[in-house]
Design a protein around this ligand. Structure first.
Ligand SMILES: [Zn+2]
Ligand SMILES: [Zn+2]
Length: 245
């Protein structure tokens, strides 16, 4: 199983770390296998990070957090920038056209511009295949209850769910992550397309993680829970605990 942080900001938008520093930190300290650089309304830093990724242990997914006129949209595996200011649906369609996967980040946040439960329900009803999922664990939320509510909404709507730190400084990287089968960005893409990923909050105990994994297993079968439990036992506190240092 691999771990990915799918929501990281760099100096290309309002983050404080350069993409080089993010690559060094994520490779040496985080234990993550894959990171996505997702700056506000620019793809530049993400493409640069991917260019440099060959020199680092972590794999890189280019992404972008696009400001739609209905809140943020998180695009992963994006190859061309999408302009801000369009509707959420138009933005998601453009992301799909460019080969990317559109997600609703922090969908229920009261502080970050977000689509909200009502709009998200309508959108999924009208365009069931458009969104690749929602972000059910965001590491930067002030109210953790908003993650719990996003989890409930995700099950309700039958959407895949991801986790990302929404890091704006280096040591926030990995404060939430996405668990997937494999360890490369190609494995991650496959897992995201099948919805076979599970969002993990950081700085919780192994019991909590195990419970999350069981939810995941209920949905996708026993084979995965055995692999996941194996991971916990072989690498207790796994690479996960190292995220704190
Ligand atoms: Zn945001
Ligand atoms: Zn963000």
């Amino acid at each position: 199983m691999g771990l990915a942080d799918l929501h990281i900001h760099s100096v290309y938008s309002d983050g404080t770390a350069t993409v080089e520093a993010i690559l060094v930190h994520a490779s040496a300290k985080s234990g993550l296998d894959v990171i996505a650089i997702t700056d506000h309304d620019t793809l530049e830093g993400a493409l640069k990070a991917r260019e440099l990724a060959a020199h680092f242990r972590v794999d890189v997914v280019p992404g972008m957090e696009i400001s739609t006129n209905e809140g943020h949209l998180l695009a992963l595996f994006l190859e061309k920038p999408v302009e801000p200011g369009l509707s959420f649906i138009e933005t998601a369609q453009q992301v799909r056209r460019y080969g990317g996967l559109p997600f609703a980040p922090h969908p229920l946040s009261r502080l970050a511009p977000s689509i909200g439960a009502h709009r998200l329900r309508a959108l999924v009803r009208e365009h069931p295949k458009l969104l690749a999922g929602l972000e059910a664990e965001n590491g930067a939320l002030l109210y953790l209850g908003e993650n719990a509510a996003a989890q409930r909404l995700r099950w309700d709507l039958g959407l895949a769910a991801i986790g990302g730190s929404d890091a704006h400084v280096l040591n926030e990287i990995g404060t939430a992550a996405t668990l997937f089968a494999g360890n490369t960005s190609a494995d991650l893409r496959r897992a995201l397309e099948r919805g076979e990923v599970t969002p993990l909050p950081a700085q919780r105990d192994a019991r909590y993680i195990r419970r999350q994994l069981k939810h995941f297993a209920l949905r996708y079968g026993l084979r995965i829970i055995q692999a996941a439990e194996g991971l916990l036992e072989e690498e207790p506190r796994l690479r996960w605990k190292r995220l704190d240092d």
